[in-house]
Design a protein around this ligand. Structure first.
Ligand code: GLU
Length: 550
């Protein structure tokens, strides 16, 4: 019996690897084009770290006219979650990170590993034929015993060197066991020598040196599916990946991966290992965790209504430290024009800062037109806040005016960071909602008689909805003067004893009466949108209440 016969016994139906080599030819791309991928396991919620990796990968492919593809790594079927694949693809689509190739499109598929079983088996067969892989029959008990012996002898644990029971098993004996139906797995016959070092230049982490791998790792499991390591080598070879961008928890596997590429006779890709996104906790840093941090799940941003541009813009900020500077100088440009450099990514994990993200979001939202805001809020509220949806869609024209307040000008308002804040920032603009306001917390001027006087004078003699902004403000000053308040704040500050207060105190009374709040965007614009009737109505209602002693 020779290796070839053994290989045939194990994988009788597997095709020659030349079949796949021809089926998946070199890609026809221009010089320097990067082919990269995001290779998630469908294990539940999509982690913000996955979005971060995809963003970087898509950017690298995009700016070199390369290819970004998504491969689903579902060989660990115990961990799989129903609908996991759709969740991942939908999340990428939501963030404008749709891949060039994936599950349903592309010539290098299937892009789901569980559908590539025969491919892996062909390559495993090829290694067995060459005497570079072998079946291993060790049971869990045998492996536990090996481990125990290693610990006793204070030696490294694992399946390597002299501990490899099945590595040198006579082929006839292996064939016999297989024919008898014994359960087995396939292991790599590692050619590595750990006394030798392997040098590797990571695109992000720089030069790294590791001892060579000498573990006879499993390449095909007892269910016939490959391990992650083996699938990685086969897939990234056949899909012609030139640059593997992945989480840095895989750095330690590089010696094994390079060895697998070497044994299979493949050219290895380059690697860029990305440090995870971290969170500050009790003065220390830890990885952002799906279990502990709601913001680790990409759905969180959707539910809160943080626009996708804000999230990607923020992730760019933490990915490349020079992005922020570029953005300042290029306010209107699309992120696609920014040249991303992998070697400018931090070697240690970037800190996730929600306050900064919301700040970025405020800036992003400030660039939206009233129409953009309306559309986004409509879409968001339809799913997450029915009341708000009813409120804004009842009269779209009016809502557009509300969203237009202090917007689309040189210095647009910057007070909204997410759609879930919108209701609270606009509800006083709607009569039904405003009627619910019962507490008016007047500020400096708070005696009912004085308030009544100001409001009466204003509505009877100083309010005209047709005034332009300057006239409106001048009249407010006239009113101030008439009632014994300074026309200007600075006049008041120079001689406070001469006045009861200043024009700002007067306008605050009107603002609170009309909105129920002391802080709002521009009062003139608010009044213009509310319109004559509503302004008068709100003031009269207040006067009526004060006549009733409320
Ligand atoms: N399936 C692996 C993971 O989810 C992918 C690692 C890789 O990109 O090679 O971490």
């Amino acid at each position: 019996m020779d290796n070839k016969e053994l290989a045939n016994l194990i994988f009788p139906d597997a095709k020659e690897i030349s079949y796949y080599e021809e089926k998946y030819p070199e890609r026809n791309l221009k010089e320097g084009a990067i082919v990269t991928r995001y290779a998630p396991s469908p294990t539940g919620c999509v982690h913000i770290g996955g979005l971060y990796q995809s963003l970087v990968a898509k950017k690298m492919a995009g700016q070199t006219e390369g290819i970004f593809f998504v491969r689903i790594e579902d060989t660990d079927q115990k961990r799989e979650v129903e609908n996991g694949v759709n969740q991942i693809l939908n999340a990428l689509e939501d963030y404008d990170l749709s891949p060039d190739e994936t599950v349903n499109k592309g010539n290098y598929g299937p892009y789901i590993q569980s559908q590539r079983k025969e491919i892996y088996q062909s390559y495993a067969k090829y290694l067995i034929e060459k005497g570079m892989a072998y079946p291993c029959f060790c049971s869990q008990e045998t492996l536990a015993k090996i481990r125990e012996d290693q610990e006793k002898a204070k030696e490294r644990t694992g399946y390597y060197g002299k501990w490899t029971k099945c590595r040198n098993m006579p082929l006839e004996m292996a064939a016999e066991k297989i024919k008898n139906g014994e359960s087995y797995i396939i292991r790599l016959k590692s050619p590595g020598n750990p006394d030798k070092k392997i040098k590797h230049k990571d695109v992000i982490k720089g030069n790294i040196e590791f001892p060579e791998n000498d573990q006879d790792v499993i390449i095909i499991k007892s269910d016939g599916l490959p391990t992650y390591h083996f699938a990685h080598a086969v897939d990234d070879h056949l899909m012609h990946t030139t640059l593997v961008i992945r989480g840095d928890e895989w750095v330690a596997s590089v010696p094994l991966h390079l060895q697998l590429f070497y044994c299979l006779g493949f050219k290895a890709p380059k690697y860029a290992h990305i440090a995870p996104i971290m969170k500050e906790e009790n003065g220390g840093k830890r990885k952002l965790s799906k279990r502990k941090d709601p913001e680790a799940d990409v759905n969180y941003y959707k539910e809160e209504g943080i626009p996708r541009e804000a999230v990607t813009e923020y992730l760019m900020n933490i990915a490349n430290s020079n992005f922020e500077g570029w953005r300042k100088g290029n306010k209107d440009k699309s992120v696609s024009e920014f040249k991303f450099e992998l070697n400018k990514m931090g070697v240690s994990g970037a800190l996730f800062d929600m306050i900064k993200l919301l700040d970025v979001s405020k800036t992003v939202i400030s660039t939206y037109s009233a129409e953009d805001i309306y559309n986004s809020v409509e879409k968001w509220s339809k799913e997450y806040d029915k009341e708000l949806y009813e409120l804004i869609t009842k009269d779209k024209e009016y809502s557009l005016k509300v969203f237009g307040i202090e917007r689309e000008n040189a210095k647009p308002r910057k007070d909204i960071s997410k759609w879930s804040e919108v209701k609270n920032s606009i509800n006083y603009m709607f009569e039904n909602e405003f009627e619910k306001v019962t507490e008016f917390e007047y500020q400096k001027i708070n005696e009912p008689e004085e308030i009544k006087k100001i409001l009466t004078e204003y509505v009877e003699n100083y309010f005209d909805i047709n005034d332009d902004k300057q006239t409106w403000f001048d009249r407010m000053k006239d009113l101030a003067e008439k009632l014994g308040y300074a026309r200007e704040v600075k006049e008041y500050k120079a001689n406070p004893e001469l006045y009861k207060g200043h024009v700002g105190d007067i306008s605050t009374v009107i603002r609170i009466t009309l909105t129920g709040r002391a802080n709002t965007p521009d009062l003139y614009e608010i009044m213009q949108v509310l319109g004559k009737e509503v302004v008068e109505e709100r003031i009269k209602r207040k006067l009526l209440k004060s006549d009733h002693g409320e």
